[in-house]
Design a protein. Structure first.
Length: 201
């Protein structure tokens, strides 16, 4: 099987894997099948989905290099865009179902609750990466494009903190995600160290 066919099939798999859970989630929400607190379930599902996709996007490069499967890099942007899509739904669900589009309350929540502050900062960075992933902006930005997209390392740390601070009890899950985040960033220790050295000079 040639690489073009592999990329096509992999993209189809990514689309299905990303869309079907969301369709199922809102189907269950519409028919009141999500238990005693459907709002929390919807917000949590989309948030953890965004986090999972971010971690997968960081995992693609090491796997491609380790197993010499360069074609995998061709789907990294798609996974990243789905991470943004889930994050956008996460924010929309919070706005629509939790605070019912009360903008004054939303601003107050951002200012008063550190985990929401951190979450909005991560979302803002992720929004910038999603917009600049468009080929037009990538060409226009030149070398600065890669510098901006290195912010992904900061984003994933912010998301890990956001998740940890948002949990009131049962810290096993956020601590596990902290471990995964640390593992993936540790895998890139040399690159991150080089970036830090470049920014300090």
């Amino acid at each position: 099987m040639n690489n073009k066919r592999k990329i096509f099939l992999l993209k189809v798999l990514i689309h299905i894997s990303a869309f079907v859970p969301i369709l199922n989630l809102y189907y269950q929400a519409y028919f009141d099948l999500l238990g005693v607190d459907p709002v929390e379930e919807v917000i949590h599902f989309t948030g953890i989905g965004a986090f999972n996709l971010l971690l997968i996007s960081l995992l693609i490069s090491p796997i491609a290099q380790k197993f010499k499967q360069g074609f995998l890099l061709q789907v990294r942007r798609l996974v990243g865009l789905y991470a943004f899509f889930y994050a956008l739904l996460h924010l929309f669900n919070f706005l629509a179902f939790d605070i019912q589009f009360d903008i004054a309350l939303f601003v107050s929540e951002i200012l008063d609750r550190p985990y929401i502050t951190i979450g909005m900062l991560a979302f803002t960075f992720l929004f910038l990466l999603a917009v600049t992933s468009i080929s037009f902006f990538k060409r226009k930005m030149g070398k600065s494009w890669q510098k901006l997209h290195n912010v992904i390392y900061i984003i994933v740390l912010l998301v890990a903190v956001h998740f940890y601070w948002s949990v009131k009890s049962d810290l096993i899950s956020p601590l596990f995600y902290f471990f995964l985040t640390s593992l993936l960033l540790g895998w890139r220790y040399k690159k991150i160290r080089q970036l830090l050295l470049q920014n300090s000079t």
